[in-house]
Design a protein around this ligand. Structure first.
Ligand code: ZN
Length: 322
């Protein structure tokens, strides 16, 4: 895939384009990458690492007005300036959603499930885009969940209760389960925070006995490791694998909109439940991504939501694969 400068600007990655130039020219800088990918269909982007295929699946997007509360610890003017620098609108935000499929050895693993039938009219595209990618949802063997916010778990079951991935084993971080499924904690939560607990019960309640809970740091599946990435939620977890001499890591919600939170990793999005811990985790994993030359995917980066991380100023930037 090749992105024009204009497309980079529109996706908020205008500055990443310049950071790619030294790589292309073979100058000193981060190790050049032989990895490239291709757009299979709109919202479907695929890379191959050795015998492993990784497909980024767009779940669509949702627009929301930009208000002063979206970033907890930056002024509206600072946020608008960051959006402007990235070539993005300054009056509203477009949140994008993506899930990932990892295929190797005849096994298909979905990482997060998107909004399903419960999000904005412009979201909930995972199943349609899986089919566009040539992947029958019924052929998914396992689903790994990063955390229990609705835009990651609501795609597991349809409105009629049917499992969206009927053959798949569902694997979730144990601390995430323990937090959200705790009845006493739900009862003690303020009224406006109960919806999250109720949503988790709607998804997992009827299938609780079959959900596999793993400890972050352990391997939820052979060949796929997990990394505790707490802060966004109490059990938020990233997933990593090695293939073709490369490391791929799915970062979940380590950052929201990259023009804001990759560039300014100390900024806290309103959805970070423990903002201080989330900040520490963000820096730790973004540093590791740079130092390890990881290929990273994330749930809320613009399509194709997969690339590498570079250091820039006091923060970082993305260099999307192409
Ligand atoms: Zn999310």
């Amino acid at each position: 895939m090749s992105l024009s400068r204009r497309q980079f600007a529109r996706t908020g990655l205008g500055l990443a384009a310049t950071s790619l130039l030294p790589w292309a020219a073979g100058c000193a800088g981060p190790r050049a990458s032989a990895v490239s990918g291709s757009t299979v269909a709109p919202g479907v982007y695929r890379i191959r690492l050795g015998d492993t295929t990784i497909t980024s699946i767009s779940d669509g997007s949702a627009a929301r007005p930009l208000d002063a509360n979206f970033v907890r610890n930056a002024s509206l003017a600072q946020v608008q300036q960051a959006l402007k620098e990235a070539g993005l609108p300054t009056d509203q935000l477009t949140l994008t959603f993506s899930a990932f499929v990892v295929e190797s050895g005849g096994r298909r693993v979905l990482m997060d499930s998107g909004n399903g039938q419960f999000g904005a009219a412009t979201a909930g595209r995972v199943q349609a885009n899986l089919r566009a990618a040539g992947i029958d949802p019924a052929s998914i063997d396992a689903v790994l969940i990063s955390h229990f916010h609705g835009d990651h778990i609501n795609g597991l079951r349809n409105r009629d209760g049917a499992l969206a991935y009927p053959k798949a084993r569902i694997h979730v971080p144990a601390p995430e389960w323990n937090f959200w499924m705790d009845d006493a904690r739900m009862a003690a939560a303020p009224e406006n925070a109960r919806g999250g607990f109720q949503g988790v019960r709607r998804v997992f309640g009827p299938i609780a006995a079959s959900v596999q809970r793993f400890e972050p740091g352990r391997d939820p599946l052979p060949g796929i490791s997990s990394i505790a990435a707490y802060g966004h939620t109490p059990g938020h977890t990233a997933f990593s694998l090695r293939a073709g001499g490369q490391t791929f890591v799915y970062l979940g919600d380590l950052t929201n909109i990259p023009a804001l939170f990759v560039r300014n990793p100390d900024w806290a999005v309103a959805f970070d439940m423990d903002a201080d811990l989330a900040r520490q985790t963000r820096r730790r994993l973004l540093d590791a991504a740079v130092d390890g030359n990881w290929i990273v995917g994330a749930a809320h980066w613009p399509t194709p939501a997969i690339g590498r991380v570079v250091r820039r100023g006091n923060g970082y930037d993305l260099a999307m694969l192409r």
